[in-house]
Design a protein around this ligand. Sequence first.
Ligand code: GH3
Ligand code: MG
Ligand code: MG
Ligand code: MG
Length: 304
Amino acid sequence: MSNPDPENLLPSILIVDDMPANIRVLADTLKSDYRVRVATSGAKALEVAAGSPPPDLILLDVMMPEMDGYEVCRRLKDDPRTSTIPIIFVTAKDEAEEEAHGLGLGAVDYITKPFHLAIVRARVRTHVNLKRKTDLLDSLASLDGLTHIPNRRRFDDLLKQEWARAARDGTSLAVAMLDVDSFKSYNDHYGHGRGDECLRRVADALRARLQRPADVVARYGGEEFVLLLPNTDAAGALALAESCRAAVSALRIPHDYSAAADHVTLSIGVAATRPPGESASLLLARADEALYRAKSEGRNRVCA
Ligand code: GH3
Ligand code: MG
Ligand code: MG
Ligand code: MG
């Protein structure tokens, strides 16, 4: 096994300044503790910040030709891809009004030139640590503790985002509601611990079926899961749902008390639409109705 590149473990910092000499001073003092990237214009800074992976912090000059630092800050805060990256202004503008303006735009700190390098390092370290903790809390708040897939809160956020994107791009969007068959009797006969283990294995199998990066499987609640499938029409969603049903059935988790089979199975309801048209909640309601039909028609099946 190859060792991970230690460079990739360091937090990354983007230094933005139109004067290469200024960049050099900051880069020299930060490069032993951070992965340093640089941009000599506002436009370039926006491009790097929105790239992958995004920087953990941005040091931003104010006075630059074409686009000044305030405008760069405004645009970074407006873009959901970059809005949470902490920004520290580093500038010769030392009037209180300027500092208040910069902080008012959402920067976490404001350092005036000439600066003391030890103070720059200390402030950078403080804000990078804070950012890491915030990121950790965000990821914990959006994952289901049992299965480690996104939870319902995260699903609701993603549905909103994908709904807006589909409306903007004129693409279709599909969802599927998945429910473990006869899971109450599984718990009753095999115990809650085995029930939990079963939910984890189902979640893993579902995650393994999803091929496209934009596809999401989340735990909707209890023994119910949900798929969010951007850019997918009804036929595509039906095919993927069927492969999910088959994958869980193929686990052959014994279930002697199921109304559907001698092993653990899923019933699935699928719905697709082209936003805006109907609402997102109507789309989910249609998937739920289809799930109800799958149950009443005998379980272990997909309905649309
Ligand atoms: P159906 O085929 O109609 O879906 O029947 P069902 O028994 O699966 O449906 P019901 O909604 O009656 O039961 C769901 C069960 O899922 C009841 C609950 O105890 C169990 N359950 C919900 N969340 C968890 C969990 O986190 N762990 C375990 N072990 N069981 C859970
Ligand atoms: Mg400048
Ligand atoms: Mg249920
Ligand atoms: Mg069930």
